[in-house]
Design a protein around this ligand. Sequence first.
Ligand code: PLP
Length: 448
Amino acid sequence: MADIPPQDKSFSPRAIDLNAFWMPFTANREFKQEPRLLIAAKGMYYTSHDQRQILDGTAGLWCVNAGHCRPEIAEAIAQQAATLDFAPTFQMGHPGPFQVANKLIEIAPTGLNRVFFANSGSEAVDTALKIALAYHRVRGEGSRQRLIGRERGYHGVGFGGISVGGIAPNRKFFGSLLAGVDHLPHTHNLKENAFSLGQPTWGIHLADELERIISLHDATTIAAVIVEPVAGSTGVLIPPKGYLERLRQICDRHGILLIFDEVITGFGRLGTAFAADYFGVIPDLITLAKGITNGAVPMGAVLVRQEIHDAFMDGPANQIEFFHGYTYSGHPLACAAAIATLDLYQKENLFQRAQELGETWQAVIQSLRGLPHIIDIRTLGLVAGIELEPRPGKPGTRGMDCLRRCYEKGLLIRVTGDIIALSPPLIIETPHIETMARILTEVLQELS
Ligand SMILES: Cc1ncc(COP(=O)(O)O)c(C=O)c1O
């Protein structure tokens, strides 16, 4: 626990006008009344504007798997910025994205050995959906235009992502979204699965709903199914035993591509490089972001099965094969950060470390059972979801009060509604886990 951040001067949020920045996914007016600004970070800790050490229970936003402000990453970015600040990757190249792609496929599940770069999870998702649609078209099955997502799924905020996503507030303001999208039911069921350890045993049959959807639309109209192997943003929903395997079988049977959105589960969160490895289910495409650069520079990516990529490589060699890409696909600074990050993960064996810590994590977090308000605890790898009973008529307020009080006591948690999501950096040590549990205990005992 020696990683205390540098002691910068206290900073008053009142020193700047907070009005101009329209904050994302935030109750702006409430926040600006009582701002929580982070001004430095090191290892497991943030420093708050009032000079307090805040233990990072969420790796920022599921990003900072190697811990904060790692000098190896900071130096790589600085050096890159001074050497090659930007270079296009449309009809030009620079070494960075080729190197990152090679490093990624070293740790990717077998067969997923082509990489398309984006700048965020949302862009990675939209890219994956477009690859899926275009893939079927280039090989003569252009009728496969439907996309299947899942209720309570979060796939970022692009129009593709919110269309396949299953969170009503993220969808309802934005018109009719993509046409031809259907949704699997979510797998969350407290009556059957509360306080399951690891994967719940009930719920494999929910994967069979895919057969129902297929018989409704016909397989020849369906391009892809996209799911998060573990749904994070709607409160850590762990797939029932056999569920992902069943989805894989059904997709195979009907020629439908399976996309795993691993924006939060990638890079060691479950103790393996990807959740696909953890569950032993290999999808056709994997979306990535966040931990790919340890959060230090925005980057997203899609890992693609080689056959899918190769299907695009059929026409004349002087033709663009896929009309898609971002100005910043494979940005030099993001690539420098990704290379340094992937090296760190390997050098420090961080995925294995997460796996080894999983048992302690589970034991300590599950020991919170019995505290006031807790109606479920879900743990897997270095992730936990702690579900609180909503206050009658005021859903979400208990969760938000919990976040505030934890922050006051020096712990950063994430809440979605009344569910606490914990996903610490993989460098976490047992005393940090115990501190998290102590603060949560105090807060839950005090909370109305
Ligand atoms: C599973 C999943 N997909 C996509 C995204 C979107 O990523 P971004 O916010 O980088 O666009 C997230 C973000 O949390 C996510 O959890």
